[in-house]
Design a protein around this ligand. Structure first.
Ligand code: AMP
Ligand code: MG
Length: 338
């Protein structure tokens, strides 16, 4: 028995097969790379529409996908870019009808935390979700995942992508800035923007561009940006962990591939007696496996929908969906009650 997961919220078109024990059998992905500047939703959606048949064919020809084995088809319902979400949902609906299998909508942000929970074996972690379009601190409470803090403007990944282009680089910016930062010193003073549990990156973006124009070395700027931006994320994550009294943190999203961020989170967590875990990069970035696994959890707890109710929801919030698989049976003590 396996679940097919389909991901298409932004740049990445991905399909994956995961079984009921949580073994990731295969992932096939294709990432849309804008020729210049940021992502264009319609062009990305066209890319995905062309990519999915190839990804499906690849899974079949490599022997990973046997349609008769597929028990359910899961897809990202949101949040994400409408046209991109619709390409993935269309493929999911088509396969669900063709194979006569249940169709399972999945919240993309919840999927990042569920794959990290699966891989780490942790029960009740706080998630730092740091991706291109999203930057959030998420934890479970009272039947749903709650957003405890988030970016007030752009996602940290988009910030790094935009900044790298302004500094003469190309997409994706995060890995490039990481590379430059290794040869730099944190000597450029930049605005540190934490507002309660939220963060913002636009001031940092402007200040970094101005510093570059005024002659700051790209490497020093990259290092300073990493120190500032990741400290902001660590501060809000630490506050969430302290407030909730949790003992586990997980990272998700493409920016969680960053070594400096991983190291900072670990240095924050270890002295507090908090375990930290970051999935391997291919499961940090957007991928079909997290959708398949979360789809399995949603399906097991009655979350299948008929095609007529499978509309995508580009603005779906993490706390709009019930995490029924996390609800303790009647009489049991809720894990978040202390
Ligand atoms: P996602 O939106 O989760 O698919 O992740 C894509 C984002 O992750 C892009 O904004 C990338 O620039 C960013 N990213 C990928 N690798 C790294 C890295 N090593 N350091 C920082 N950011 C990264
Ligand atoms: Mg993501």
């Amino acid at each position: 028995m396996v679940i097919l997961g389909i991901e298409s919220t932004a740049h990445t078109a991905s399909m994956a097969i995961v079984d009921a024990e949580g073994n990731v059998r295969a992932i096939a992905s294709d990432v849309y790379k804008p020729p210049s500047g940021g992502i264009h939703p319609r062009e990305a959606a066209n890319h995905h529409a062309e990519a999915f048949p190839e990804l499906l064919a690849r899974l079949v020809s490599e022997g990973h996908l046997h349609p008769e084995e597929v028990e359910a088809v899961a897809f990202s319902r949101g949040p994400g870019l409408g046209p991109c979400l619709r390409s993935g949902a269309t493929v999911a609906r088509m396969l669900s009808l063709r194979w006569n299998r249940p169709l399972i909508p999945v919240n993309h942000c919840v999927a990042h935390i569920e794959i990290a929970r699966l891989l780490s074996g942790m029960t009740d972690p706080v998630l730092l979700y740091a991706s291109g379009g999203n930057t959030q601190i998420i934890a479970y409470a009272h039947g749903r995942y709650r957003v405890l803090g988030e970016t007030l403007d752009m996602g940290v990944g988009n910030f790094l992508d935009k900044l790298a282009i302004a500094l003469g680089g190309t997409f994706p910016g995060g890995p490039l800035i990481e590379q430059w930062a290794r040869q730099g010193e944190p000597t450029v003073e930049l605005p540190y923007s934490v507002h309660g549990m939220d963060v913002s990156f636009s001031g940092l973006y402007t200040a970094a561009k101005v510093a570059f124009r005024n002659g700051a070395r790209r490497e020093d700027l990259a290092r300073s940006v990493e120190e500032t931006a990741y400290s902001m994320l660590c501060e809000t994550l630490e506050r969430a962990v302290a407030h909730l009294g949790r003992h586990e943190v997980v990272l998700g999203g493409g920016v969680a591939a960053n070594q400096r961020l991983r190291g900072m989170v670990e240095r924050m967590a270890t002295p507090r007696g908090v375990r930290s875990f970051a999935p391997p990069p291919k499961l940090c970035v957007d991928n079909g496996a997290m959708i398949a696994w979360t789809g399995y959890l949603v399906w097991r707890t009655g979350g299948a929908v008929p095609v007529e109710e499978s509309l995508v929801d580009p603005r779906q919030r993490t706390d709009q969906v019930d995490a029924r698989w996390r609800t303790p049976p009647p009489g049991a003590r809720s894990p978040d009650v202390r």
